[in-house]
Design a protein around this ligand. Sequence first.
Ligand SMILES: *Cc1c(COP(=O)(O)O)cnc(C)c1O
Length: 402
Amino acid sequence: MNKKEELALNGGTPIRDSYLPYGKQWIDNEDIKAVTDVLKSDFITTGPAISQFEKEIAEFVGAKYAVAFSSGTAALHAACFAAGIKENDEVITTPMTFAASSNCILYVGGQPVFADIDSKTYNISPESIKSLLTEKTKAIITVDFTGQPAEYDEIISLAKKSGLIIIDDAAHALGATYKDRHIGSIGDMTMFSFHPVKHITTGEGGIITTSNADYYEKLLLFRSHGITRDSLKLKNNQGPWYYEMQELGYNYRMTDIQAALGSSQLKKLNTFLKKRREYAKKYNDAFAEIDALITPYQQHECNSSWHLYIVRLDMEKLNVNRKEIFKALQKENIGVNVHYIPVHLHPFYQKLGYRKGLCPQAEKLYEEIITLPLFPAMSEQDLHDVIAGVKKVISYYSIDQR
Ligand SMILES: *Cc1c(COP(=O)(O)O)cnc(C)c1O
């Protein structure tokens, strides 16, 4: 066995000179031109670039409609409104996600109910959903965690039996497929986020895709103050200037500057996905031989979009906890992260009465995971640095099995 290399944490030389983030956008000259073209045009907001981008996203995922928003979180809020979720309604979701997936339920006065995850896929467990269904359950918010689609056959059948609406938080899953269907055409409404770490970016931004005309109309209304100018919908048309505020909506509009960037980014999505999948495979191959690491399980008949690459530590084979390993990797200049702190453990949710122990599988997973850098703009060399850094740190802390 080789002599153990000294960790940067203990004063050794780091694997890399510069810090590698876990995710980052890819912006090229085409994107910049798309943005400056809009800036020179007549409309920088509420113009033609928005409907163009919406049409392209809807076509890509195979949905009838898409409505763009100022953020993914605003889009989720709108979806909860369109679904008619209100006070006393329960909505089942997963805690292994970003807080926005469940905050949107609270925005409309609903009650988040956290189902546990499947310890193999890390996605929401259909069994757990089933055990939490009540008379008050109105909807399920699934999350395609890391880009791997949730178990839709089972979830859809549960939803159908109980008349529930499925809102898919697919912030991680643009380009993912479930049994040959694109994510975006499966849930009643699906949200994609265009934050810079996501698959494509508009700076900030999000979108809902749906094939339901009623949801579509409500999403449009909600995005712009609840105001309509559509003469067919006006209750009391007083003249050509007239508009009506019919619901309490928000200003959640995306600008044309952002939409043009989105359209330009979308042209590169397949290249981005290819890179992510290629890098994920290289990680899988490199880590397969390391006993103390559990690589991500992949569902049959699904193609993940690989937003995140998460390794799980096998604690019995290591002589330190996740925190030590995390710190050691950071010192090697590898931009590791943790996705996510289970939502119900945040102080705000604790104040609402949610307690530790509610979702044991998610809570256990949280203690053992580390997200490694994965984004299309990283180079082969970056990838090799991550692999070398992980091998260095894990072998240093591995309990010698012999
Ligand atoms: C990024 C993200 C969101 C929120 O999207 P924003 O565009 O940042 O508002 C919601 N859910 C998940 C799972 C996310 O990763």
